[in-house]
Design a binder for this molecule. Structure first.
Ligand SMILES: Nc1ncnc2c1ncn2[C@@H]1O[C@H](COP(=O)(O)OP(=O)(O)OP(=O)(O)O)[C@@H](O)[C@H]1O
Ligand SMILES: [Mg+2]
Length: 381
């Protein structure tokens, strides 16, 4: 996939910028706080309708905006191309909300945008994938499923609604709300079972890709493993996770679990077990990476997860996603540099890279276009 042209209007510190992008590596250089990450953030909006920096869209509205009320919005727009067609995507954000257009047609749901321009971001904050709470790893998995499995995306959404309803019911009811809870549990069981099965399948498929990346980035390093802990309690005595497999059996297991825990959940006012509590535990030579990994190891794991994400999307869709590398180049040692040079040289792979300076190995990088970013202005160098 490829982004041909990018435009920003009143987007954070960028008052206006419009420029074409090349196939291959596009490098953006500039001093700190000039707007480099902001450009990648705009591309992420075109890909997913969201920021990677904040869940609050309003934050991208320019500070100190003096323009008339009707003009008080931020926007980004881009032309993207996959193997089949070109699309024009526009995202406009105002204090009242966000509107997205695809080829001139306003979208009703964010999800209608997904898959048109797949991106994978490598960000300094990716260390959270290793060190952060389980929710970070769950959303890493779910965002991959969202882009490759529309049926699972639907199940994840329906489960979340059922869970919200059950929790609200448990909190507001004065006595055990058996009949109503059971109706929600039934719905949650079906969608929860599909979510668990899909996550399990993805973790199994992703693990060899992550391992391959780890071996390339840190040869002779620790053996990495991913374990999907489903969010269901381990069976008493065995200590084992529940058996997967038959979706109907798993749904029945979930239903029985929630029914059995209803009283306790009612007392606590929330659902204690289920796929919303899942964890993707990452181990290095059997040790939990969250606590055990050194800074360098954690960085290698985070990079490996992101690069595995890119490989997964490439395998699932037949096309490389656009890679957005924010401040990654400056941190690479020699070995990893060689690896990234090869990766970014792959035919059909477009990347947008930011750095304060052209990296030392810049001459080896096949840079197709270089841009200078200064005070929110972008100039082809
Ligand atoms: N909503 C906003 N309106 C105006 N300016 C903003 C807004 N949000 C952030 N900024 C400014 O944008 C600048 C940061 O931009 P950005 O993070 O894109 O820079 P950068 O070039 O990536 O910097 P670094 O090299 O340090 O990562 C900061 O100076 C910040 O104050
Ligand atoms: Mg930055």
């Amino acid at each position: 996939m490829q982004l041909r042209r990018l435009k920003l209007e009143r987007f954070r510190l960028v008052e206006w910028a419009e420029f074409p992008l090349e196939k291959g590596a596009n490098l953006f250089t500039g001093r700190n706080a000039q707007g480099k990450t902001t450009l990648l953030e705009a591309v992420h909006y075109l890909s997913s309708g969201r920021s990677f920096r904040t869940p609050r869209d309003r934050e991208v509205l320019p500070h100190g905006e003096q323009s008339p009320v009707g003009e008080h919005f931020a926007a980004c727009q881009g032309t993207c191309r996959d193997a089949y067609a070109a699309h024009e995507v526009r995202v406009a954000i105002s204090p009242a909300g966000k509107t997205i257009w695809l080829d001139g047609k306003q979208l009703r749901k964010l999800t209608e945008l997904w898959g048109r321009l797949n991106t994978v971001c490598l960000l300094p904050s990716d260390l959270d994938l290793v060190r952060g709470a389980p929710a970070v790893r769950r959303s890493f998995l779910d965002s991959l499923l969202a882009r490759t499995r529309p049926d699972v995306l639907q199940a994840i959404g329906a489960y979340a609604i059922g869970l919200r309803n059950r929790n609200a019911l448990l909190r507001r009811a004065h006595s055990m709300p058996d009949a109503e809870a059971e109706a929600y549990e039934q719905q949650m069981a079906e969608h929860g079972a599909r979510t668990i099965a899909a996550r399990q399948e993805l973790v199994s498929g992703l693990e060899p890709l992550v391992r391959e990346q780890m071996e390339a980035l840190a040869p002779a390093g620790e053996h990495i493993q991913l374990h999907h802990e489903t969010g269901l309690p381990a069976r008493r005595g065995s200590g084992a996770e529940p058996a997967h497999g038959d979706a109907a059996a798993l749904a029945e297991q979930l239903r029985a679990l929630w029914q059995g825990n209803r009283r306790e959940d009612f007392q606590r006012g929330s659902t204690q077990h289920g796929p919303h509590r899942a964890e993707i535990r990452i181990t290095l030579d059997g040790h939990d990476a969250r606590a055990y990994a050194s800074q360098g190891q954690a960085r290698a794991v985070a990079l490996s997860l992101r690069l595995a994400e890119a490989r997964w999307l490439e395998q699932a869709t037949g096309q490389w996603p656009v890679l957005l590398l924010d401040d990654v180049l400056g941190e690479l040692d020699r070995q990893r540099t060689g690896y990234f040079v090869r990766l970014l040289s792959r035919p059909g792979l477009q990347s947008l890279l930011t750095a304060t300076d052209v990296p030392d190995f810049g001459s080896k990088l096949p840079i197709a276009a270089r841009f200078e970013v200064q005070a929110g202005r972008v100039r082809r160098a």
